[in-house]
Structures are given as C-alpha cells and as structure tokens.
Design a protein around this ligand. Structure first.
Ligand SMILES: [Zn+2]
Ligand SMILES: [Zn+2]
Length: 125
C-alpha cells in the first residue's frame, strides 16, 4: 500500500502552511486556465468577421467614368471609389438599382431620391 501512504503523506503536507500556499496557487492556475479557455476559446464571431472581411460584400456599383452599372464584390475595408470592372479606372462608386426600371445609378447622399432614368421615388419612410 505504497500509494496510500503517499496520499496520506501528501494530505498531511497540504495541511502545513507551505502546502496550503501551493494548493491555492495550483487552484488559481487551474481557474486561470479555465477562464483562458472561456475567453480565448471558440470564437465564432471572430471567424465570421474574418470570413466576411476576406470575402467582401456584394454591392451595386456605378462608374462615373464609363457609366458601368453592375454588381461586384467589394472588400469590407475597401472604400469607394473602387476600380471599375469595365474601364479599370478607380471611378466606381456605390450604386443603386432602381426597382422600377432596373437601371443602376450613383447612390445619392440623401434619404430620399428619384431615379434619374424613370423618376421613381426611392428611400424615405
Ligand atoms: Zn468604368
Ligand atoms: Zn428607374
């Protein structure tokens, strides 16, 4: 029964001030480890943000240079204007597709605006 005597010796040692101190430190280390797993563990939100950042977003663009209007993928960190897929000039701004005539025009900086092609009112309440 060597194990029993070792265990009882360890238990007796943990009752001493030095042993108690080691026990508390070991306990704190375990708790810190648990907290670390909780905080830095599986973070789906971060993964999702990374995925979105890498993939960018599908937006309507309108080229001020050649008048191209279409959908393209723009990186999340990328600002407008972006490089036009047609004329390759950095003149493509955020576009808007009219729900009525389906044509694409530059998204105006207003809450309410009318389509320059068919005068349909967009935005607002
Ligand atoms: Zn263009
Ligand atoms: Zn329209």
């Amino acid at each position: 029964m060597a194990q029993d005597s070792l265990l009882s010796r360890l238990r007796g040692w943990l009752q001493t001030p030095a042993g108690t101190c080691v026990g508390i430190v070991a306990g704190l280390a375990l708790m810190a480890g648990a907290v670390g797993i909780f905080v830095y563990g599986p973070s789906d939100a971060d993964t999702e943000i990374d995925r979105l950042r890498a993939g960018g977003r599908q937006v309507w663009v309108f080229c001020r240079d050649c008048g191209y209007g279409g959908q393209m993928r723009v990186g999340v960190d990328e600002g407008f204007p972006v490089v036009c897929p047609k004329c390759h000039q950095k003149r493509a701004v955020q576009g808007y597709r009219c729900r009525n005539c389906k044509r694409i025009f530059e998204l105006p900086d207003a809450r309410q605006f009318t389509c320059p092609h068919c005068n349909t009112l967009h935005g607002g309440g």
